[in-house]
Write a protein that binds this ligand. Structure first.
Ligand code: SF4
Length: 346
């Protein structure tokens, strides 16, 4: 019977050192392999050129490197790049590189499909197939970092967890991936340049706070009125705004880091003065900034971008209340790479 090869990236550095020591080799080899796997993102044992041919063969006989593969890459007219990423079991997720004159941001996925069912989101239609493991999240970032260097002559500068999936429903793996991304033995990125965007899972926001995470928090709010929010984000029934508010207060009290609210204004859904007033009230609970995001229709026309007048009214009222507000025009719309459009169509 053929032996099943182990995923070498599931081993810690200590375990790799032990492995080599037990082979009668130098434990230091474990450090070298670890460096190849993480810092140098090697996808083949043959790339590990400071190991002997015999050692590389021995590793190849016992282990696999379950790396991802960018199966298709699309480039938008505005420079945005969307990767369809094939996982070792054949499933596909998408990640996006968003360039601006001063930064390159990676928008990465945390699940195949999604556990939640936001009515306006293309990913929700895929349902959740499985969580991504930490390496699969890390590899999406590495792939985008390479593309950033290749096409824009600079490394990746920021990461947002706003791709497919609800990151807080795959919390442990997201945290492990971020640990690796921020570790000097991984990509060495500052956690201040990473934002985890959630639709608002109160108990997990509290857990993140207790875990003393150093990255930023964004919440896709879209309405501060329970009935409206539940109609577009049905899980709001289980996690109502009052619980979310309490969790966000807990976060701010301990971290002193502002929250970003992501907010889309849709015609006939959340475009009245009552919606605006409720949102402004919610924004006052904890220090925050607001990103109003341009909506990208996902074909069926049920959700439509609100009028400019409604958007102006939101912006004016927020600013009058001294709340910082940015309007984000979507990028990569021509390749379905914009927010809410990721659905493995490529
Ligand atoms: S918006 Fe985010 S949380 Fe909601 S279904 Fe889409 S991917 Fe999931």
């Amino acid at each position: 019977m053929a032996t099943v090869k182990k995923d070498i990236r599931a081993l810690t550095k200590e375990q790799l050192r032990d492995f080599f020591a037990k082979q009668g080799d130098k434990a230091f080899r474990g450090n070298q392999v670890y460096e190849w796997l993480w810092q140098k993102a090697a996808y083949s044992f043959d790339d590990m050129t400071n190991l002997s041919k015999e050692t590389r063969q021995m590793l190849d006989d016992r282990f696999v490197i379950n790396n991802i593969e960018v199966s298709t890459m699309q480039r938008s007219n505005d420079g945005t790049i969307k990767n369809a990423v094939r996982l070792h079991d054949g499933l596909i997720v998408e990640s996006v590189l968003i360039p601006t004159p001063t930064r390159t941001t990676a928008c990465v996925s945390s699940q195949v499909g999604c556990s939640l069912d936001c009515k306006f989101c293309a990913t929700a239609r895929l349902k959740r197939m499985r969580n991504l493991n930490p390496d699969e999240i890390y590899d999406q970032v590495v792939a985008i970092d390479k593309e950033s260097k290749l096409y824009f002559n600079r490394p990746l500068s920021n990461i947002v967890f706003m791709g497919m999936g609800e990151p807080l429903m795959n919390y442990n793996n997201v945290i492990k991936a971020i640990d690796k991304i921020t570790s000097p033995e991984g990509l060495g990125m500052s956690p201040k340049r990473i934002t985890v965007s959630t639709s608002g899972v109160p108990k997990m926001i509290k857990k993140m706070t207790d875990d003393d995470v150093k990255f930023n928090l964004a919440v896709s709010l879209h309405s501060a009125i329970d009935e409206v929010r539940t109609s577009i984000m049905p899980f709001n029934e289980t996690f109502p705004l009052e619980d979310l508010k309490e969790a966000l207060e807990y976060w701010y009290a301990k971290t002193k880091r502002k929250i970003s609210y992501e907010y889309v204004v849709w015609k006939g859904i959340n475009d009245t003065q009552k919606d605006i007033d409720a949102f402004v009230k919610f924004c006052k609970y904890v220090p925050c900034k607001v990103n109003i995001i341009e909506y990208n229709p996902i074909d069926d026309g049920q959700f439509q971008q609100a009028s400019n007048a409604a958007l102006e009214q939101y912006i004016e009222t927020l600013e009058k209340n001294r709340i910082v507000v940015n309007v984000r025009h979507s990028r990569g719309k021509d390749i379905d790479a914009a927010c809410g459009q990721l659905a493995n169509k490529s």
